[in-house]
Design a protein around this ligand. Structure first.
Ligand code: SAM
Length: 279
């Protein structure tokens, strides 16, 4: 509440968009959020942000950015649409020293190098860019990561794949990547009508925090394993792991019946097979 009381008065987002001619670009996957109450609720998902560093990807006209600033965060925002820069410069002026805007493609940036302290990631991104960045943030051998949490908008169907439990259609590579050393949950569902213009599908915000990495497991090996196992998800593991060097032996050593199919293996079972493959 304190932060809201001391926040500068800002023009309505619709006015910012109109004044800077920010007609939503389909090519850039632009669907803007304009409801400030909703934006404040999203900015509250990562927890207390007062004086914390936040990396925002795709600020656009700055709706989520202003909510993060109101929550007291120090924001670094990467935006590739040059048209948004004057609107973001105005926002930086209203919160002196708290917003740094970087123009460019977030997929081409080294985020850890941009941030000189641990940071929370918050973003409302186009689907394809979001999934590519998400996969990157969760991959790699180094763990724990520099980021302290990820709060990301996805289309609902992708969010459901991220948090999926064993044995369902939504369970696959993305679920294992998202769950083997992180805790992932759907923090909020967002109706399509909340966006301007509304996308065709429903959305949801996923919140991810890093956990302990299981000992002796190579992230790369686990990735190879799930790639092979779910590459032919309807087949028995005996068949789908044939082409993976050491795959069938590791399955045997883990005591897993090769007649099972990939989607019946728990995240822990995948981790155990990957540990044997990592030896
Ligand atoms: N954050 C704003 C909001 O919530 O209203 C805008 C969200 S809009 C769905 C996605 C934003 O990401 C757009 O501003 C778009 O220009 C930007 N964007 C798309 N691809 C990007 C990329 N590769 N790197 C950085 N920004 C990108």
């Amino acid at each position: 509440m304190m932060a809201a009381m001391t926040s500068p008065a800002l023009p309505p987002l619709r006015e910012v968009i109109a004044r800077h001619g920010l007609a939503a670009s389909k090519a850039l996957g632009q669907n803007f959020l304009l409801d400030e109450q909703l934006l404040d609720r999203i900015a509250a998902i990562p927890g207390r942000l007062q004086d914390r560093a936040v990396l925002e990807v795709g600020p656009g006209p700055g709706g989520l950015t202003r909510a993060l600033l109101r929550a007291g965060a120090r924001v670094t925002a990467i935006e590739m649409d040059r048209r948004c820069l004057p609107a973001l410069a105005e926002l930086a002026g209203a919160f002196p020293g708290r917003l740094r805007v970087i123009e460019g493609d977030a997929l081409a940036q080294d985020h850890d190098a941009l941030m000189d302290e641990p940071y929370a990631v918050v973003a409302n991104l186009p689907y394809n860019v979001g999934t590519a960045l998400f996969t990157r943030w969760l991959s790699g051998e180094a763990w724990p990561p520099r980021w302290s949490s990820l709060t990301l908008m996805f289309q609902l169907e992708v969010a459901e794949r991220i948090v999926a439990a064993t044995n369902g259609d939504a369970y696959g590579r993305l679920a294992i990547l998202s769950q083997w050393r992180t805790a992932a949950r759907i923090a909020m569902k967002v109706h399509r009508s909340a966006f301007t213009p509304p996308p065709k599908v429903m959305s949801a915000i996923v919140h991810v925090v890093p956990g302990a990495a299981p000992e002796g497991v190579s992230a790369r090996k686990l990735e190879r394993l799930t790639e092979a196992a779910f590459g032919q998800r309807r087949k028995m593991l005996r068949q789908s792991l044939k082409g993976l060097p050491g795959g069938l032996d590791a399955l045997d050593a883990a005591g897993i019946d090769p007649q099972r199919r990939a989607e019946t293996l728990s995240v822990e079972e995948f981790v155990e097979v990957a540990r044997l493959l990592s030896r």
